[in-house]
Write a protein that binds this ligand. Structure first.
Ligand code: ATP
Ligand code: F6P
Length: 785
């Protein structure tokens, strides 16, 4: 995979031949397709391309349902599920005759670049069209449908693919567009089911989608604390029914009041025989005597509002697709994927081949190879699930090593799932695990407790921080008491899961090593648990994803409230001195402006922006949105900006300010935060084993975090050097360029010059069940963002 560092090159393409690019969505719809259509269209328009939508997937290519897209055609869709250009599973395109018609229609519309957003099937189709292109064109010449001249001008077809599928089943990307939102829908349903299951002491068998991929089942199993999961990639051994019942019984005996089994829809046993939820229910009733119920989640999983993650990845991938069409080698079709926070390109043909190989390997029952092809995160999540769901039956060999976890800083969603994973992974490995209440001050007071397997039962779904958190740090007055607690409980390692203050606290504690020799035998490791994403040694902190979903939820509601009147909203978000939340919220909400401390606010910026909004509202815009980071400027406060815009914009628009406040820290943790919290804790124990126990580096100190798609350890010195101590944020912030991207694709450069009828949005097929395939169905302006 080739990683792209440059986020976007917005230079206008001056070549005389303007690119004509078509975009289509195909296969099952997925949340995130619309943000991808928006970002792709706008980024391509900025480059000077003419952009077209092919309606209803490949059917639109076959039937010539191709319409132009303009800046305004994709307005107001960033927060809408589904796909405004329609999708389908086209039977005709599967035939060579169908693909010949598709080729003809592309040529008829003078299109020689195509973006396909769909699942593995759709991208297989795109790949096939690309492979057959020359021969299809030759046949069209022979049929006299096109002449030699046209043949020559269309010899190459640039193809780029984005994986839009809830299944997350494609090689070449860690995550597909729609998979995260589907996890949100599944978790909402399971979290709701758990309360009734617990009340009745029932067992629930839940079927989730995914075709022959178990990603959705695996992630939902791990993040809801399910007892048992059935995945197509890891079919259970013969006699699994007894093992499942035994495992569930063990859970009940330890105090669980309900049992949860998640079945991926493509689950099979080791002989390749499908396993149905009905069969699992029957086993539970007959063999365990459980009162069991089935819930098949179905298409709920594909619906709703796109999550932050899906809006983010789809926007990034779409912009990179434009980059590729302008700067890449279009003779080699690519798939744009994600690796951590980074966009990557993979050869489309290879990705398709590898993905198809998985299906064949499942049929050949080569399951170990299948799991390998699903990638490292899949394997890791599976290992963590297996440990956290099963209390070992045989006693574990004790390590004689005690570990403690504490939080520090503000509460962050994901703290409880982290403690659960820490406890269970630690116990499984033979450690004694302690939870410290109320941060470093609790440590000084000796306020800690040994955590057992069941102490954290149910914590994977809980927001807040059961252990408590505060901003105290070790200092001269409490250090002796801290050392006493550590010594009394024979603690050999501390995992501080928290925010900036926790990093300061661990740094302070390490400084006391010179004075207190006991501390030289205590490993000190920070793990990022803060909504602000302002800590060093990581690109992402746990809690930020939940927080951004909270912010987007609020922004979507705020935007709706403006529909009836012209309003400009100035919305203040948290993040201390770090503009991550602000810039990401702007990028994924379609806000026109984001004010961060990193970029600063000047009077010139405010005047320019005021003029921009005046211009927009004059042209019938109903809503404007500015996201402002809480510390963006000491001089130009939220109140000041509100007053300024109110005064200057009166008679044209209203201004409202909204300070989102602590709702941003609350709520149940998102699937991604739950998953990543567990993965971090898994890596903590790997680090402990290799560095502290095997390499005897008892005074190990530093932090673990996500860098370029991997979980890595950064030693204390480097960690400290990576901090901008004045502004309490990392020195280097990888996302800064995204601020530019956000405003570029939200505000049209030449908008003032654009003819009104070109800004007309498309009818949504979700509103009109039988959308016309004619281009004149571009009616009825919605006139929103
Ligand atoms: N082998 C193929 N040859 C030609 N076209 C194909 C091929 N496979 C799929 N397609 C085209 O892509 C469309 C969508 O494929 P499919 O139904 O497999 O969904 P998908 O893209 O895998 O999406 P999802 O993961 O959401 O199911 C098909 O209806 C067909 O038009
Ligand atoms: O919506 P349809 O055509 O019934 O397809 C359902 C299938 O599509 C997906 O949602 C996406 O591939 C699968 O998880 C599921 O098996």
């Amino acid at each position: 995979m080739e990683e792209e560092e440059k986020i976007v090159d917005f230079t206008y393409d001056k070549s005389s031949e303007k690119k004509r690019i078509a975009i289509l969505t195909s296969g099952g719809d997925s949340c995130g397709m619309n943000p991808a259509i928006r970002a792709f269209t706008r980024a391509a328009l900025i480059k000077g391309a003419q952009v077209f939508a092919v309606r209803e997937g490949y059917n639109g290519l076959v039937t010539d349902s191709i319409i132009p897209l303009h800046w305004g055609s994709v307005a107001g869709i960033i927060n809408r599920g589904g796909t405004i250009i329609g999708t389908a599973r086209s039977v005709e395109f599967r035939t060579r005759e169908g693909r010949k018609k598709a080729a003809f229609n592309l040529i008829k519309n003078k299109i020689n670049n195509l973006l396909v957003i769909g699942g593995d099937g759709s991208l297989t189709g795109a790949n096939l069209l690309r492979c057959e292109w020359a021969s299809l064109l030759k046949e069209l010449v022979e049929d006299k449908a096109i002449d030699e001249e046209t043949f020559k001008t269309h010899e190459t077809l640039g193809i780029v693919g984005l994986v839009g599928s809830i299944d997350n089943d494609m090689c070449g990307t860690e995550i597909t567009i729609g998979a995260d939102t589907a996890c949100h829908r599944i978790l909402e349903a399971i979290d709701a089911i758990l309360s009734t299951a617990v009340s009745h002491q029932r067992s629930f068998v839940i079927e989730v989608m995914g075709r022959n991929c178990g990603w959705l089942a695996l992630v939902s199993g791990l993040t809801t604390g399910a007892d048992y999961i059935l995945l197509p990639e890891c079919p259970p051994e013969e006699g699994w029914e007894n093992a499942m019942v035994e495992s569930l019984e063990k859970g009940r005996l330890s105090g669980r009041r309900c049992s949860l089994v998640i079945v991926a829809e493509g689950s099979i046993d080791s002989n390749g025989k499908p396993i149905s939820p009905g069969y699992v229910r029957d086993v539970l009733e007959k063999k365990a005597g459980h009162d069991a119920r089935i819930t098949i989640l179905g298409h709920v999983q594909r619906g709703g509002i796109p999550s932050f993650c899906d809006r983010y990845v789809s926007t990034r991938m779409a912009v990179e697709a434009v980059n590729y069409l302008y700067n890449g080698n279009i003779l080699e079709p690519v798939l744009i994927g994600m690796h951590g926070n980074r966009v990557v390109r993979a050869p489309l043909m290879e990705a398709v081949k590898e993905t198809q190989a998985i299906g064949a390997l499942i049929r050949e029952k080569k399951f170990a190879d299948v799991v390998k092809l699903r990638g490292g995160i899949f394997q890791e999540a599976h290992t963590i699930f297996n440990i956290c769901a099963n209390l070992k039956r045989s006693p574990v060999a004790k390590k004689g090593f005690n570990v403690a976890i504490l939080h520090s800083g503000g509460p962050s969603p994901g703290m409880n799932p982290a403690v659960r994973a820490f406890t269970r992974l630690g116990i499984d490995l033979g450690y004694r695990v302690f939870g410290v209440f109320n941060g470093f001050s609790g440590l000084a007071k000796g306020d800690l407790q040994e955590l057992t397997w069941m102490t954290c039962n149910g914590w994977s779904v809980m927001g807040g921080a059961e252990l408590g958190t505060n901003r105290s740090t070790p200092n001269e007055s409490n250090i002796a008491a801290i050392i006493k607690t550590l010594q009394d409980n024979n603690i050999g390692a501390i995992c501080m899961f928290g925010g900036y203050n926790g990093y300061v606290g661990i740094t302070e504690l390490a400084k006391f090593r010179a004075k207190y020799s006991y501390l030289q035998k205590v490993a000190l490791v920070c793990a990022p648990g803060t909504i602000a994403n302002n800590v060093p040694g990581t690109e992402t902190s746990i809690g930020a994803d939940t927080c951004l979903n909270n912010i987007l939820d609020a922004l979507d509601k705020i935007k709706q409230s403006a529909v009836a009147s012209r309003r400009l909203f100035v919305v203040e978000v948290m993040g201390a001195h770090c503009g991550y939340l602000c810039s990401m919220a702007a990028l994924t909400s379609g806000a026109e402006r984001a004010y961060t401390m990193e970029e600063g606010i000047t009077i010139n910026t405010l005047v320019d922006d005021l003029n921009m909004f005046v211009d927009r509202f004059k042209r019938e815009h109903k809503i404007g949105l500015i996201i402002k980071s809480e510390s963006a400027s000491e001089t130009y406060s939220t109140k000041f900006i509100y007053e300024l815009f109110k005064e200057e914009g009166k008679h044209l628009f209203d201004v409202r300010e909204s300070i989102l406040g602590h709702l941003q820290q609350g709520g149940i943790p998102s699937p991604l935060d739950r998953l990543n919290a567990s993965r971090l804790m898994y890596h903590f124990f790997q680090l402990l084993q290799t560095e502290v126990i095997d390499n005897r580096q008892t005074d190990l100190s530093g932090c673990i975090g996500f860098i370029k798609g991997k979980i890595v350890f950064t030693p204390l010195q480097e960690m400290s050097e990576g901090i901008n101590h004045k502004y309490r944020r990392p020195q280097k912030q990888w996302w800064l360029d995204l601020l530019k991207l956000s405003s570029q694709i939200s505000v049209s450069r030449g908008e003032a010059k654009i003819n009104d009828n070109l800004r007309t949005p498309i009818h949504s097929p979700t509103i009109h069940s039988k959308p016309s395939l004619e281009t004149d169905s571009l009616l009825n302006p919605l006139k929103t963002l």
